[in-house]
Structure formats: structure tokens, C-alpha cells
Design a protein around this ligand. Structure first.
Ligand code: OSB
Ligand code: MG
Length: 368
């Protein structure tokens, strides 16, 4: 396949709620969409999960635009490519910038699947017809607000509840949730808010039977996480620390985690995500699909990835309606009884809604 034209869009969508983590709050979602067009006019779509500010990782919407415009799109345009797994090789001379790389790689997987009139998930090797999903809930003003939100999501059927924690909003909050929901599949995500100095506090979580604690320590660490895991019984899940197959291999070998959250953008694309999935399957490490408050295109990629066999824990891919008044795909991602029915149409399986995309676009540029 050859890409003859690429359109990059800067898009802004209002979220239905403000999402607060240990590093800050988000109410508007600004991100990039990439559309790759081949010689026959078929299109593939990718979504960048980089945020406007570098608080989850070092990438931003603007660094992604820069990388795409100045390096990645020129490296791809008019090149003969036989399979999307070649894309990472094409970009191997460019260090890091995984979210930028993933934006283009995702579009190429969608395009490739459309050229072969096959659903993306089957080309990835996925087998599931439905996927189980949970929901990630931000830090709230009060525990009673949080309990009310949890109850609403449990009633909707979500299969697991994740709550964000930080020092001062952790043990008491989780104890209270446990008290009201004694058997709820529950987990906590710290987004790196703790250090090894907090071991005693983190040990207090052990009796609460959490499914896991996600990324308690520094975003670039796997050594201290291994020390922590030896002192707590709650399984550690790594998110921010895992950027590649080799990161995952080293973390597993060190005992830094028992579970890995796979985010396509964080690891540079679907090909690397699948390699990490396969490694974890071999080593008996469960994985699940993380979320970055994606709009429809990114969400569709997450749904496809989640059909692989070792995605045995519910992911953060909640339904479109949780986030948006109107998403950018048709149909929207629908969650019923905590499950998404995986679409079987070619490519990502959902149609980009060009009308809403146009409404949300604040700037666009075409490269050929
Ligand atoms: O750490 O998993 C995270 C959102 C933004 C940045 C980081 C994270 C998250 C989430 C939200 O937990 C998951 C979602 O609903 O997309
Ligand atoms: Mg996380």
C-alpha cells in the first residue's frame, strides 16, 4: 500500500464531566486526528492520545503535530508498504515519541484492513465477539459524590470500577467504597503519586482485596516498584512505566508488576501492543486495555485490541456516551451490561462521522 495524502486535524471536544487525577483536571479534550488516503481513495484513521500538556508523559498535542509534520508523515508518504508491522521499522531512526508514531500506525492498520475488506480485530489475531469493560472514575469533591457515581456505573453494568487516588484521597476513600460495595471488582490508579516512603500507607490497602493498584510509583520506574511489590499483597499493575516490549520483559523479570495496562499510544502502536500482549500471555501476566479519554477513533482501536486472548481483565474502554454528547464515529461505542459487541465491518469497524469531525476541528492541514 502507498499513502498519497495525509490530513492532520486538531480537534476539540467538550467532555460531559471534569476528569481529575493526581496530576490535574481535564474538561475539554483536545487531540489530533490523522487520515491517511491511499491511491484508490481508501482512508485509514488514527487518533493521537497526547494531551495538550505533558503531565501523563512528555508528549503533547503540539509535539505530536511537529513529529508528524516534520518527520513521520514525510517518512511514510509515497512509500511502498506491505504490512503495517513495517511501520515501526520505517520510524526506527526516530527515538521515542510513541504517541505520535502510534497515530500514524493506527491509521495504517485501519487502511490495511479496509484494503483487505477485513475487520481490524481479526487481522490482529483477536477472537472475542464481545469485550468486558470497566470504568475509570476521577477524584471527586467528596466521598459521597464518589459513592453516588460508582453506584450509577455499577447499575449500568460496568464490570469493574477503577478510582483515581493520591495522598490524602486513598485509604479512607477505598475503605468506604469497600464498606458499601463488599464484592465489587475494584482497583485504584495513583498515576505515580507515591514513593517508597509511603510503603506503610500502601500496605493499609492490602486487606481491601483490590484487583490491583496501578502505577503507584514514579512514571519512569521499575526498580522501586519491584521493592514495593515484595512488601504488599495487592498486585501492582504498570501503566506509565511500560513503553515497549523490552520494558515489559524487564519489569516482569524484576517482579515490578503482576499485571500490565496496555495503551496503544504509550507503546508506539498496535504492533508493539500485540508483542507485549503475546509476551505477557507467555509469562502468565494478565493484561487489560487502558484508556486516554479517547474519542471514537482511538476508542475503536482499543476495542479491536481488546479482542486478543490475554486481555482477560476488563479495560477502561467505557462507552462513547459516558464522555461525549456526540462522538465522532457511527455508530458510537455502546456498552450494555458491561460489554461491547465488537463490530465486524472492515477496518476499525466504526464509520468516522465526517460531519461531527468537521464541527469539532479547529485547524487542519493536508500533506501530499
Ligand atoms: O492513567 O489510566 C490513566 C486518563 C487520562 C490519563 C491517564 C489515565 C486515564 C484514565 C482514564 O484512567 C481512562 C478512560 O476512561 O479513558
Ligand atoms: Mg493509569
Amino acid at each position: 500500500m502507498k499513502v498519497s495524502r495525509v490530513t492532520l486535524r486538531h480537534v476539540k471536544m467538550e467532555m460531559k464531566f471534569s476528569f481529575t487525577t493526581s496530576f490535574g483536571s481535564l474538561q475539554e479534550k483536545e487531540f489530533l486526528l490523522l487520515e491517511a488516503i491511499d491511491e484508490d481513495g481508501l482512508t485509514g484513521w488514527g487518533e493521537s492520545v497526547a494531551f495538550p500538556a505533558p503531565w501523563y508523559n512528555e508528549e503533547t498535542l503540539k509535539t505530536n503535530w511537529h513529529m508528524l509534520e516534520d518527520f513521520l508523515i514525510p517518512a511514510l508518504l509515497h512509500k511502498e508498504i506491505h504490512h503495517p508491522s513495517e511501520i515501526s521499522q520505517l520510524f526506527s531512526h526516530i527515538r521515542k515519541n510513541n504517541m505520535a508514531k502510534s497515530t500514524i500506525e493506527g491509521a495504517m492498520w485501519d487502511l490495511y484492513a479496509k484494503q483487505h475488506a477485513a475487520p481490524l480485530f481479526t487481522l490482529l489475531g483477536g477472537k472475542r465477539k464481545t469485550i468486558d469493560v470497566g470504568v475509570s472514575i476521577g477524584i471527586q469533591k467528596s466521598i459521597s459524590d464518589l459513592l453516588e457515581i460508582i453506584r450509577a456505573h455499577v447499575n449500568e453494568g460496568y464490570k469493574r470500577i477503577k478510582v483515581k487516588i493520591k495522598p490524602g484521597w486513598d485509604v479512607d476513600v477505598l475503605k468506604e467504597i469497600r464498606h458499601h460495595f463488599p464484592t465489587l471488582p475494584l482497583m485504584a490508579d495513583a498515576n505515580s503519586a507515591y514513593t517508597l516512603a509511603d510503603v506503610e500507607r500502601l500496605k493499609e490497602l492490602d486487606p481491601l482485596q483490590l484487583l490491583m493498584i496501578e502505577q503507584p510509583l514514579a512514571s519512569d520506574d521499575i526498580v522501586d516498584h519491584a521493592k514495593l511489590q515484595r512488601q504488599i499483597t495487592t498486585p501492582i499493575c504498570l501503566d506509565e512505566s511500560i513503553h515497549s516490549y523490552d520494558d515489559a520483559r524487564k519489569a516482569i523479570e524484576l517482579g515490578s508488576c503482576k499485571i500490565i495496562n496496555i495503551k496503544i499510544g504509550r507503546v508506539g502502536g498496535l504492533t508493539e501492543a500485540k508483542r507485549i500482549h503475546d509476551l505477557c500471555a507467555e509469562r502468565n501476566v494478565a493484561v487489560w486495555c487502558g484508556g486516554m479519554l479517547e474519542a471514537g477513533i482511538g476508542r475503536a482501536h482499543n476495542v479491536a485490541l481488546s479482542t486478543l486472548g490475554n486481555f482477560i481483565l476488563p479495560g477502561d474502554t467505557a462507552g462513547s456516551a459516558r464522555y461525549w454528547e456526540k462522538d465522532i464515529i457511527k455508530p458510537e461505542v455502546i456498552v450494555r451490561n458491561g460489554e461491547i459487541h465488537v463490530p465486524v465491518n472492515p477496518g476499525i469497524g466504526y464509520e468516522p462521522d465526517l460531519h461531527s469531525i468537521e464541527q469539532y476541528t479547529i485547524y487542519q492541514q493536508t500533506y501530499s
